[in-house]
Design a protein around this ligand. Structure first.
Ligand code: SF4
Ligand code: SF4
Length: 491
């Protein structure tokens, strides 16, 4: 066992912050910790130590906001937030608009029925929460997800989407089980007209059995109907499977290929390995823990090698491009300073029913190096001459013989030279592109404060705070909700 780092975690019993060590056992990465009151805990942190090390190379320095709401006093994650030591701005803001739901999932501990109370901010409170994100400095958050419970059970959900649009959010996502979308195409149309541009669709698999276990009934026909309606209304959709070992980890390849079949609307698949909200025995944890490398392995196997382990990159891998864009367009933009072990992703392109990951035809590490080198040179990045010179270097990183048949350098070239605000790929390329990603939300067993202090997905709460996702769900949710809870019968 080799010590990789020292960090802090939580005791899964009393939730106090405790010291933790992260080890390489030669194959996997393990987190170990000891609570003076509740004893030892051990969990798999990352089930592939080589990949853990490869991802580490992409970490960038923090890129915090200039106007934190709180200061560090009790210690992370008890000072959210965002506190003055948080290292990453809000890349995706979340607002739980209700904890009510029109499903009764046996696996859910958070909805109103399970919690025993209703927590539903007023539209005025929601406005204040949205403004918290928009007032972040120097770069206001521009992506917002309305979540729950089930956000579409609110009668005023259309008004809420309109309000988000008016406040300047560019990307408005609604996280949904898809029931109202499947049942009411006019409602789906109204959401789009109000400004929603992405549906974040809960999507556990492609068989009735999976849904019977996760949702308590066969929701598979409903999901297909939702996709049908989303196609008719033409809304970009993200499929969101929660991956549970032994339940649907054998369907991850098929889920991707289902996305590819519906690529005209399915623009991404975002796998979420399950996190454990309640208590779980040591043996149970060992047996059930599923981490990002497990998913990466399963995807390679189940797509017959179309997507390989080497095709995945951590979130900060995009940072060199962000820095170049910032300089080229003279404006501060967000930098992906998220922790490298929080998520992984890749872009792939559909070509005649097959998937071609971007890294199969572009040397992405070489591209990143070119960006880094060009940034350092004393040159005017606005000048066409400089742009052409960079482009000539970039072209050399591409293996056109392996690229999708419709991939045209001429069009890419034109888009690059004529873009005024930020580079946008040509439409025919975007139409065939899909993002495959995974984020492993933490629970008190595998919690790492070094990850959460770099979190980029944040909740706004009705008490005027911004709280990183994994801190909110591991520590703060119950206290916040109870402050604003109403008895179920009052609805
Ligand atoms: S999670 Fe972030 S905001 Fe919360 S206490 Fe830690 S560093 Fe501060
Ligand atoms: S939500 Fe959790 S897993 Fe995702 S970036 Fe934040 S801390 Fe990391």
């Amino acid at each position: 066992m080799k010590l990789l780092k020292k960090t802090h975690s939580l005791c899964p019993i009393c939730l106090k912050t405790i010291e933790a060590d992260v080890y390489d056992d030669g194959e996997k990465v393990i987190i170990k910790k000891e609570c003076p009151e509740h004893g030892d805990f051990e969990d798999i942190y990352w089930s592939d130590s080589d990949l853990y090390k490869r991802f580490l190379k992409y970490q960038i320095p923090g890129d915090p906001i200039d106007n934190p709401n709180t200061t560090r006093e009790k210690g992370c994650p008890y000072d959210c937030g965002l506190c003055n030591e948080h290292k990453t701005h809000t890349m995706l803001g979340l607002i739980d608009v209700t904890n009510r739901c029109n499903f009764h999932c046996p696996i859910c501990f958070a909805n109103a029925e399970a919690a025993g109370y209703v927590c539903e901010p007023t539209i005025e409170q929601i406005r204040v929460m949205m403004k918290l994100f928009r007032e972040e400095e120097p770069v206001p958050a521009d992506s917002l997800m309305l979540a729950g419970g089930e956000p579409t059970v609110r009668e005023d959900i259309i008004e809420i989407v309109k309000m988000a649009k008016m406040l300047g959010f560019k990307w408005i996502l609604v996280a949904t089980n898809g029931k109202r979308i499947a049942e009411d195409i006019n409602f789906t149309m109204q959401l789009k007209e109000a400004g929603m541009n992405i549906v974040y669709l809960q999507f556990d698999g492609l068989t009735p059995e999976v849904y019977e276990k996760t949702r308590g009934f066969n929701a598979w026909p409903l999901k297909q109907k939702a996709i049908e309606n989303l196609k008719k209304v033409d809304i970009a959709t993200t499929l969101v499977p929660t991956v549970v070992k032994g339940l649907n980890d054998d369907q991850v390849g098929d889920i991707i290929m289902y996305g590819v079949k519906n690529i005209e609307i399915v623009k991404s698949v975002n796998f979420q390995p399950v996190s454990f909200t309640g208590r779980i025995s040591k043996e149970g944890l060992k047996k059930k823990r599923y981490t990002i490398p497990d998913l990466i392995r399963d995807v390679e196997k189940q797509t017959d090698g179309q997507i390989k382990k080497e095709d995945w990159f951590p979130i900060p891998a995009i940072a060199p491009l962000e820095k170049l864009v910032e300089k080229m367009f003279d404006k501060r933009i967000m930098k992906s300073s998220t922790h490298v072990h929080c998520g992984a992703g890749l872009y792939a392109f559909e070509d005649k029913g097959e998937l071609i990951p971007m890294s199969h035809f572009i040397d992405l590490d070489a591209v990143a190096n070119i960006f880094k080198e060009e940034m350092k040179k004393p040159q005017d990045l606005h000048s066409i001459k400089v742009k052409l010179k960079i482009l000539a270097r970039l072209i050399k990183t591409v293996d056109t013989a392996s690229a999708p048949s419709y991939f045209s350098w001429k069009e890419m070239f034109k888009a690059y030279l004529t873009s005024k605000e930020g580079y946008k790929a040509p439409k025919n390329v975007v139409r065939k592109a899909i993002f495959i990603g995974s984020m492993h939300f933490m629970d008190p067993y595998n919690f790492d404060t070094q990850r959460v202090e770099r979190c980029c997905i944040h909740y706004a709460t009705p008490d005027g705070r911004i709280i990183p996702f994994c801190a909110y769900n591991s520590i703060h949710r119950q206290n916040v909700e109870k402050k604003f809870a109403k008895p179920i019968s009052n609805r």
